[in-house]
Design a protein around this ligand. Structure first.
Ligand SMILES: [Zn+2]
Length: 431
């Protein structure tokens, strides 16, 4: 009896171990694929986003997730300022894009011209910030006679708001043609965090790690290649699994796009958000093998990084009745979890939060489920603003690479992936 019981336990444990491996193996495969070179950072260069959309649709098809209205794709157009290449050489050294420097995503194409350098004086500026009058005086003096010069900001910490105000004045003070051939070189201690822009702006800006600054700085070379596309085509990718009853819907979402590629620098976006895409696909896989109670819709959103454009387009042109959504779960940044998870909107939908917490304390899936109020920081938001009950779930812990080339597949361990998946499968059962 005892022996049989042990054999049974052993068998049961090895089965559990196996199930864990299978889920994690699938997730790992998806993350490795989406972060590989062929998808070019899932952005606007080399068709990276379109190729990723096709890959996700193939995954849906392989696991027999159905399309909605005969297609997995919901196509739309958006404007985007695409930085194709950016080079910078200072004091004889070629800097690496994404690691040593970034350019403003609203930059225009520009080729280096030898120019005098105007050194911005941070101490005088700090003093000028004390009153509106002294600020205006500083701005005026700072700009007179600096036509046609490159502007260099030595490393110094300023409030972002105050600097933006400064830039705005700079852009207003000079005629566009005076800003066209020069640029602002801003040296900073802060982490370089890349982003996207839907519009070009007048004056180009380089953001450079502070240790490349020297008092006799020499700008040897730079070049930016960019293209403004007012109608770039992208697609949300949508799958459907019929439930045992169709009176309501559960929706699982994750954005699949990332920042793409600039020159040879790829932004792989493993944690943000190949991991969430793998999570969404993994959940779909589970429900193709275990029919859900309610109908389920799975959406991989395009163009989140340019400002939640895919999810906004979906709620403006919904392919499902938004009023029928019982609950929406959006997963963005699912690669870590050793510090638990945090949920935007859990302080709003407290009943659902309590259910989740109850499941977690029974099974000890994650260390903690941190509460958070509303925040319009991922694709749940356009739905939430239309009255759809929704959570945005992200993992805590990990290496902290974010919007930089170091957010690679190897840098995330998907340590709580399986546990979090089971937490939400049970949560969905109780909805
Ligand atoms: Zn992001």
């Amino acid at each position: 009896m005892q022996k049989h019981f042990l054999v049974f336990i052993g068998f049961f444990l090895s089965f559990l171990g196996n199930a864990q491996n299978i889920d994690k193996q699938y997730a790992r495969k998806i993350v490795d694929e989406l972060t590989s070179e062929k998808f070019s950072g899932r952005g606007y260069v080399d068709d990276g986003m379109r190729k990723s959309a096709e890959f996700i649709a193939e995954e849906f098809q392989k696991m027999s997730v159905q399309p909605l209205n005969n297609s997995y794709f919901q196509e739309f157009e958006m404007s985007i300022n695409i930085i194709q290449k950016a080079e910078l050489k200072l004091n004889g050294k070629n800097l690496v894009y994404g690691i040593d420097f970034l350019v403003d995503p609203s930059s225009n194409g520009q080729i280096f011209q030898q120019k005098e350098i105007y050194n911005f004086n941070p101490k005088n500026y700090q003093k000028a910030l004390e009153s509106e009058k002294s600020f205006q005086e500083f701005i005026y003096q700072d700009m007179v006679g600096q036509h046609q010069k490159h502007i260099v900001f030595p490393p110094h910490h300023f409030e972002v708001d105050s600097l933006n105000q400064y830039y705005k004045h700079w852009a207003n003070f000079y005629r566009p043609e005076e800003n066209k051939d020069r640029a602002i070189f801003y040296f900073s201690k802060e982490k370089l965090t890349a982003s996207l822009s839907q519009q070009p702006k007048e004056i180009n800006r380089f953001f450079i790690k502070d240790h490349y600054y020297s008092e006799n700085l020499k700008i040897d070379h730079y070049q930016i290649e960019s293209e403004f596309n007012p109608a770039y085509k992208v697609s949300n990718v949508i799958g459907f699994i019929p439930g045992k009853n169709s009176d309501s819907l559960v929706v699982i979402t994750a954005h699949y796009d990332h920042l793409g590629k600039v020159g040879n620098t790829i932004f792989p976006g493993a944690n943000d958000n190949a991991s969430g895409t793998a999570f969404m696909l993994s959940m779909a896989k589970h429900y193709t093998e275990n029919q859900p109670e309610h109908d389920m819709v799975f959406i991989a959103f395009a163009a989140e990084e340019a400002g939640l454009l895919g999810s906004q387009y979906f709620v403006d042109n919904p392919l499902i009745d938004l009023n029928k959504i019982k609950f929406l779960l959006n997963f963005d940044i699912m690669g870590a979890g050793e510090e638990g998870i945090q949920i935007v909107n859990s302080a709003i939908f407290t009943k659902e939060y309590d259910v989740l917490n109850e499941i977690n304390s029974q099974h000890q899936y994650v260390k903690q489920i941190k509460k958070r109020g509303e925040a319009c920081n991922s694709d749940h938001c356009p739905f939430y603003l239309k009255g759809v009950p929704s959570f945005f779930i992200y993992t805590l812990g990990g290496k902290g690479h974010y919007h930089d080339p170091l957010d690679t597949g190897e840098s995330i361990d998907l340590i709580e992936f399986h546990d979090i998946q089971h937490l939400f499968i049970q949560f969905i059962d109780q909805l």
